[in-house]
Ligand binder design. Structure first.
Ligand code: NDP
Length: 462
């Protein structure tokens, strides 16, 4: 049996050895899921809702345990990890209301009655990345289950522990056997089999754009439906008329949360020329103030990077001659520590400006005017999120409409709320997760027409 060893990113210590499944195990899982799904879809909508609410209750009772696991496996600060576990319970609660709201439509047509049904797809594969294991898994499994599907869930190889535990908690909550199965394994083995298996009707993939494109190609021969949530290189656009103090104080948290391992990280700060010097004066102490350290400490705001190979990748963007404006602090010693780092490249096509670094490294660039800001914000193959700082409401709306990204926020860095849609333009993805419509992404629309005979003896109306 193939196994993988997990290490604590904060100190390098050995954490666990995990068995990795093979392609045959996926085939068996699909069979079990199909059986479970048929029974689940036959349940009354209210019963499916109750199942999800029970799952939410059990997750909420285990928030501390799940958070501790994420601290150890992923190096997330404990406060953030608690939020993530609570978010899973929130997402389940939100979608527990969905089975009773999967409305079809009645469409006026001649000769009868026409109606649509939102039918479950069947077995859904959810493939998650290592950066937010719990939350991203729940964005897939909660609405998919609500819509009457079974779910196979493949966590990333580096961070499977909380996902495995969520699978156990689903069983503890009474979800039917086989309905939600966690399949730890390699992307090239388990992930690929999930995508190519003809019994899997839809795949939700979150990860890099490169792998997402491979998943889409592998799904093509079986015409399998995909939702892709991919990378980002989001802009934080700061106009001179904004509350510069707030813009600078919050900018580090817009990019360094989760040590920058966040697809929504505002990793390109764009500042209007006339405010540039003042903004940088304010940004320096804000970056120095980010508390980097032991993720198990309640006061910690940023932990280590997830793994040594990932640390090497991030470090490659900060060579000795990199244009470093200033850096924050990070602990010495074992662990994948990397300080918050601010770069000021002179070129608009510098590698650090163009590529997704996925670490605590941000670039700051100047722009001339609104048109230049929009052009710069859009000068990327990605289009996931972004922030706009200004006191001019009209400008905020003009720029928000002009930036080619799925999630914009004005005078804040908010991206993810379970009640609102989330996803990317351009190479940041296809489809949307979360929000009220998410369960419909896990259904097929069926149209049924019922012929109605003409009344053979219509009464004259008075
Ligand atoms: P990867 O693309 O490397 O992996 C994502 C998942 O896909 C992992 O579970 C991986 O398994 C699996 N996988 C790898 N190869 C295949 C394959 N051929 N077929 C099917 N599955 C496969 O991404 P990372 O884990 O490195 O995550 C970081 C990336 O995710 C960043 O680019 C980030 O921007 C993006 N991301 C996007 C989000 C969004 O919502 N838009 C949110 C969060 C992250 P294994 O671990 O075994 O390699």
């Amino acid at each position: 049996m193939t196994t993988t060893d997990l290490h604590n990113p904060a100190d390098g210590s050995h954490l666990a050895t995990i068995a990795l499944l093979d392609a045959e195990a996926v085939d068996d899982a699909v069979d079990r899921a199909r059986t479970a799904q048929r029974a689940w879809a036959r349940l009354a909508p209210v019963a499916r809702g109750e199942g999800l609410r029970a799952f939410a209750t059990v997750v909420r009772a285990h928030v501390e345990e799940l958070a501790a696991l994420e601290v150890a496996n992923s190096g997330h600060p404990v406060g953030q990890a608690r939020w993530e576990a609570g978010h899973v319970a929130d997402v389940l609660t939100y979608y527990a209301a969905a089975p009773e709201r999967l409305f079809g439509r009645q469409i006026p047509v001649a000769g009868g009655l026409d109606m649509t049904f939102a039918e479950p797809i069947g077995v859904v594969g959810v493939i998650t990345p290592w950066n937010f294991p719990m939350t991203i898994a729940s964005w897939g499994f909660a609405p998919a289950l609500a819509a009457g599907n079974a779910v196979l869930l493949k966590p990333a190889e580096w961070t499977p522990l909380t996902t495995i535990r969520l699978g156990e908690l689903a069983a503890e909550a009474g979800l039917p056997d086989g309905l939600l199965q966690v399949l730890p394994g390699k992307g090239s083995v388990v992930g690929e089999r999930m995508v190519t298996h003809p019994g899997v009707g839809k795949v939700v993939f979150t990860g890099s754009t490169e792998t997402g494109a491979r998943v889409m190609a592998a799904a093509a021969p079986t015409v399998t439906n995909v939702t892709l949530e991919l990378g980002g290189k989001s802009a934080n656009v700061v106009f001179a008329d904004s509350d510069l103090e707030r813009a600078a104080a919050t900018a580090p948290y817009g990019v360094f949360d989760n040590a920058g391992q966040d697809c929504c990280a505002r990793s390109r700060i764009l500042v209007e020329e006339s405010a540039y010097e003042r903004f940088m004066e304010l940004l320096e102490p804000a970056v120095a103030g980010v508390r980097v350290g032991d993720p198990a400490d309640d006061a910690t705001e940023m932990g280590p990077l997830v793994s040594r190979p990932h640390w090497e990748k991030v470090a490659s963007y900060v060579p000795d001659d990199a244009p470093v404006a200033f850096r924050g602090a990070a602990p010495d010693g074992p662990g994948n520590w990397f300080p918050p780092t601010v770069l000021t490249p002179s070129s608009r096509t510098d590698r650090a400006v163009v590529e997704e670094i996925f670490g605590p490294v941000v670039t700051v660039q100047r722009f001339r005017d609104e048109a230049d800001a929009i052009a710069l914000a859009n000068a990327t193959a990605y289009g996931l999120s972004g922030s706009i700082w200004t006191r001019d409401l009209s400008r905020a709306l003009r720029v928000a409409r002009a930036v080619e990204a799925g999630n914009l926020s004005v005078n804040s860095h908010s991206s993810v709320r379970y009640a609102t849609p989330f996803g990317g333009f351009k190479q940041s993805g296809i489809g949307r997760e979360l929000g009220p419509d998410a369960p419909f992404a896990f259904t097929e629309t069926k149209n049924v027409f019922v012929h109605v005979d003409e009344d053979p003896a219509p009464e004259e109306s008075a």
